[in-house]
Design a protein around this ligand. Structure first.
Ligand code: FES
Length: 196
């Protein structure tokens, strides 16, 4: 009797054939446990002063964003860009930033101090449950999250002016290098939703 015509446990090859699917099952099960663990140990945001900004969907070697790339009152989603490596700072979604160009005269003094060329930068992750916030309501002068309608006053430090969010959108100070937008510091508070 050869190993090719039996699955007898006495045969080493047959045992290997029987055990291989078991090992696959164990590996799949392990992967299933690993995924939720990866979710609960989410990476921290990593924003570094001096970083440039590139559009959210930019690929290859994108040009850093300039003030002139922003239309007044039109939010733009961006990621920090490490100019030394020529790559995004980090792939974590918590690094996503919403940029918006607004009238400096309408900003509170503290908010104006963080702006550059009339552009403001905030975390794009809603502090309620972590949806993207990217819609500007010009009449209400607020950025709205469409998941549960939280609203944030970007002219006044990103404070909550509506909906269930309980804390302001974390802000990032901006500076200019010519017309190019540069991050001047880290987030004012950890970005992310209470259940994100
Ligand atoms: S996730 Fe934004 S309001 Fe709920």
């Amino acid at each position: 009797m050869s190993c090719s015509d039996t699955l007898s446990p006495a045969c080493g090859c047959a045992a290997a054939a029987v055990n291989a699917p078991r090992r696959r099952i164990i590996r799949i099960a392990a992967a299933g446990f690993a995924a939720p663990l990866a979710l609960v140990t989410r990476p921290a945001a990593a924003v570094v002063a001096g970083d440039r900004l590139v559009e959210e969907d930019a690929e290859g070697a994108p040009a850093p964003l300039r003030v002139s790339d922003l239309k007044p009152g039109k939010p733009l989603l961006a990621y920090p860009f490490d100019p030394k490596r020529g790559a995004r700072r980090d792939e974590t979604r918590l690094n996503k930033i919403v940029l918006i160009r607004l009238p400096e005269a309408e900003m509170t003094p503290e908010t104006r101090a963080r702006s550059a060329g009339g552009v403001l930068a905030y975390s794009a992750i809603c502090t309620h449950q972590g949806c993207d916030v990217k819609t500007w309501l010009a009449k209400e002068k607020a950025l709205v999250c469409f998941c549960h309608s939280s609203k944030f006053a970007l002219l006044d430090g990103g404070t909550v002016v509506g909906g269930p969010a309980s804390r302001a959108l974390p802000a990032v100070a901006l500076a200019l290098d010519g017309d190019q937008l540069v991050l001047a510091g880290a987030f004012s508070a950890p970005p992310g939703g209470s259940a994100a």
